[in-house]
Design a protein around this ligand. Structure first.
Ligand code: ATP
Ligand code: MG
Length: 565
C-alpha cells in the first residue's frame, strides 16, 4: 500500500495530495468522495475509483464520502442505491457519517442558480434541444448566441420560478450558464444547467419538476461537502473548466478536480447502458450473474474483495487510457485464493471406475490434507474409498496420444491419496461410448506410493460412487469473444461479439462427502479443476451448486516470466 512516507512509489494523484499536505493547502485535510449515479450496479471500473478514493483518504487519515449523484430520476432507483452501498461495504470501506445525496442539495442548488441569474450569469433559453445543438457550433466553428441570451435578470428570474412551478412543458425551456458561445472548449458554450423533467424522484417525490445538470450539481456538491480532491475519470477533463467557472462565479469553497484514466478491461464492457441491456434482455441472469463484470457478479463468482483491491493496486493510477489484460485480474484472484481455499476432490464429468479386485461391500476412510503443501494449516478430512468410484471422463483415453499420462488400457495411475490402479478394460454401450472403466488395485500402495519404488506418471482425482454427493457445477468463460467488444471500428456492436459458450452448466458432477455442509459463498480448490465457490443464491444442502471462480492455469504469470527472461 503506497503511503505518503515512502515517497518513491506515489502515483501522480498521491503525489499531489502529499504536496498539498506539505504546503498546507487544505490545512492538512484530505476529503475525497465516490459519487456513483444510482442507475445501475457497480462494476470493476468503479472498484478502481473506490479503491483510489477510499484508499487515498485512509492513507492520509482523511475521509471519503459516499455521494449518490441522483439528478436523473427516471433512470435511478433505491434498488441501485442499496446495491451500491452493499458493494462498497464489501470492500471493507466505511463512509461513516458521510453518506450524501445530491438530491439533498436541490434547494441549495436552486438558490445558487438564482444567484447566477441575478448576477447576469445565467438565462432562461427557449430553444429546443435540437436547436440548442445547432447553435452550439463545432470544434472548428464557433457557436451562435441564443436569441434569448439577452433576457434581463428580472425576466429570467420570473421564468425560472415558473419553470420550477411546473408551468412549462418538458424540454420547452432550460436554464443556461452565460459564458461564451465562441469558447474553444465546447463545454463552455453556454451549457444547460437546469432542465424541465416532470418525473417524480425516488427521494424528493413530486417536489421538483426541474433538475440540475451533472456539471452544475457535481462541483457544487463537492463544494458543499468541502471535498479537497475531487478525483474523476479523464472524460471530464474538458468539464473542469466549467467546474471551476461555476465555483468561481459563485465565490464558494473550491475543491481541486483531478482526472485519471478509467479502467478498461479486455473481453468485457464497462458501459452501464450495455450492462443494463444484458440484464433487461435476459442475455445474462441478472446484475449478479457470475459472468458480469459487476462487483455483485464477481462476488457471486467467488472473487474476494482483497483480490480486487490487489488488482486495482497492481494496475495503478495513470493519466493515459489503456486496456488491461484480464489475466492480471485472474492472477490477483488466484494468488489470493491459493492460500484460503482448502483442497477437495470433485468430479465434474463422471465416468464410473470399478476396481474388480477390491472386495465387494468393503470401504475404508483415507486421510487427505486440506492443504497438501501445509497440512497443519487445516488438518485432514476423511475421504471414503470403495469398489466403485467416479473419475473424470477426460482422464481416460482408450487410445492415448503420446503425452497423455492418465488412465488408458494397461496403464497404471495413482488415485490421489488412495492407491495405484491399473486399467484392465472397459465396458461400452451399443454405440461405443465408454460406460465403465475396470481396474485392479495394488493393496500394497495405500496412500498412493508403491513400496518397491516404481513410478507412475499420472495422478488423478476421484470420488466414491456411493458416498459422493451430486452437485451442479457452472464453468464460466468470458462474455465476449473480442478484446474490445464495444469499441470495434467496423460498426459492429457488443451483440455481434457475445460469447455463446460463456456458461457451461454441468448437472451431473459429484463431490466428496465432506462438502455436505458447505456454506453459501464458501471457497474450495477442486483439485486439478480450479477454484470454486458455493453459489450464494441457488445452492442448498442437498442441492449443491458450485461456481468456478477461476481455473488453475496461470497463463498470464507464465507470460510475464517469459517476458522478464
Ligand atoms: P454513467 O455516468 O454513464 O452512468 P459511470 O460509469 O460514469 O456511468 P458513475 O456512477 O457516474 O458511472 O461513476 C461513479 C464514479 O466511478 C465516477 O467518479 C467515475 O469516474 C468512476 N468510474 C466509472 N467507471 C470507471 C472506470 N471504468 N474506471 C475508473 N473509474 C470509473
Ligand atoms: Mg458518470
Amino acid at each position: 500500500m503506497p503511503s505518503a512516507e515512502d515517497g518513491k512509489h506515489l502515483d501522480f494523484i498521491r503525489s499531489i495530495v502529499a504536496e498539498d499536505n506539505r504546503t498546507g493547502k487544505w490545512e492538512g485535510r484530505v476529503e475525497t468522495r465516490f459519487p456513483p449515479e444510482p442507475n445501475g450496479y457497480l462494476h470493476i471500473g468503479h472498484a478502481k475509483s473506490i479503491v483510489l478514493n477510499f484508499g487515498v483518504a485512509a492513507e492520509n487519515q482523511g475521509c471519503c464520502h459516499l455521494r449518490f449523484d441522483d439528478t436523473n430520476p427516471e433512470k435511478e432507483s433505491t434498488e441501485y442505491i442499496e446495491a451500491i452501498k452493499r458493494d462498497v461495504r464489501w470492500f471493507g470501506y466505511d463512509w461513516g457519517e458521510h453518506l450524501y445525496y445530491a438530491s439533498d442539495y436541490f434547494d441549495q442548488l436552486f438558490d445558487f442558480a438564482v444567484q447566477l441569474i441575478k448576477a447576469g450569469k445565467a438565462y432562461v433559453c427557449d430553444l429546443s434541444a435540437e436547436e440548442t445543438r445547432q447553435y452550439r457550433g463545432t470544434l472548428t466553428e464557433p457557436g451562435r448566441d441564443s436569441p434569448y441570451r439577452q433576457r434581463g435578470a428580472e425576466e429570467n428570474l420570473d421564468l425560472f420560478q415558473r419553470m420550477r412551478a411546473g408551468e412549462f412543458e418538458n424540454g420547452s425551456r432550460t436554464l443556461r450558464a452565460k459564458i461564451d458561445m465562441a469558447h474553444p472548449n465546447l463545454v463552455m458554450r453556454d451549457p444547460v444547467i437546469y432542465r424541465i423533467k416532470k418525473v417524480p424522484h425516488h427521494r424528493t417525490g413530486d417536489k421538483w419538476c426541474i433538475y440540475p445538470m451533472y456539471d452544475f450539481t457535481h462541483c457544487l456538491s463537492d463544494s458543499i461537502e468541502r471535498i479537497t480532491h475531487s478525483i474523476c475519470t479523464l472524460e471530464f477533463e474538458d468539464n473542469r473548466a466549467l467546474y471551476d467557472w461555476v465555483l468561481d462565479q459563485l465565490g464558494v469553497y473550491h475543491p481541486q478536480q483531478i482526472e485519471f484514466a478509467r479502467l478498461n478491461l479486455e473481453y468485457t464492457v464497462m458501459s452501464k447502458r450495455i450492462l443494463l441491456t444484458l440484464v433487461t434482455e435476459g442475455i445474462v441472469d441478472g446484475w449478479d450473474d457470475p459472468r458480469m463484470p459487476t462487483i455483485s457478479g464477481m462476488r457471486r463468482r467467488g472473487f474476494t474483495p482483497e483480490s480486487i483491491r490487489t488488482f486495482c493496486e497492481m494496475i495503478g493510477v495513470a493519466k493515459r487510457d489503456s486496456m488491461v489484460d484480464m489475466g492480471k485480474l485472474e492472477w490477483a484472484i488466484r494468488d489470493d485464493l491459493n492460500h484460503r481455499s482448502p483442497r477437495v476432490m470433485a468430479v465434474l464429468e463422471p465416468l464410473k471406475l470399478v476396481i474388480d479386485n477390491y472386495p465387494d461391500g468393503q470401504e475404508e476412510e483415507l486421510e487427505a490434507p486440506y492443504y497438501p503443501d501445509d497440512p497443519p494449516k487445516m488438518g485432514y478430512r476423511k475421504v471414503p474409498f470403495a469398489k466403485e468410484l467416479y473419475v473424470e471422463r477426460e482422464d481416460f483415453m482408450e487410445e492415448p496420444h503420446k503425452k497423455f499420462w492418465r488412465l488408458a488400457p494397461g496403464r497404471e495411475v495413482r488415485l490421489r491419496w488412495a492407491y495405484l490402479v491399473t486399467c484392465t478394460g472397459v465396458v461400452k454401450d451399443a454405440t461405443g461410448n465408454v460406460l465403465e472403466v475396470h481396474c485392479d488395485y495394488d493393496p500394497a500402495t495405500r496412500g498412493g506410493d508403491a513400496p518397491d519404488g516404481r513410478k507412475v506418471k499420472g495422478t488423478i482425482h476421484w470420488v466414491s460412487a456411493r458416498h459422493s454427493l451430486p452437485a451442479k457445477v457452472r464453468l464460466y468463460d468470458r462474455l465476449f469473444t473480442v478484446p474490445n467488444p464495444s469499441g470495434t471500428k467496423d460498426g459492429s456492436t457488443f451483440r455481434d461479439h457475445l460469447n455463446l459458450d460463456s456458461l457451461l452448466a454441468l448437472e451431473q458432477a459429484r463431490v466428496e462427502p465432506s462438502l455436505a455442509q458447505a456454506e453459501p459463498g464458501a471457497r474450495y480448490q477442486f483439485e486439478r479443476k480450479g477454484y470454486f465457490c458455493v453459489d450464494s443464491k441457488e445452492s442448498e444442502p442437498g442441492d449443491l451448486v458450485f461456481n468456478r471462480t477461476v481455473t488453475l492455469r496461470d497463463s498470464w504469470a507464465k507470460m510475464m516470466k517469459k517476458e522478464n527472461k
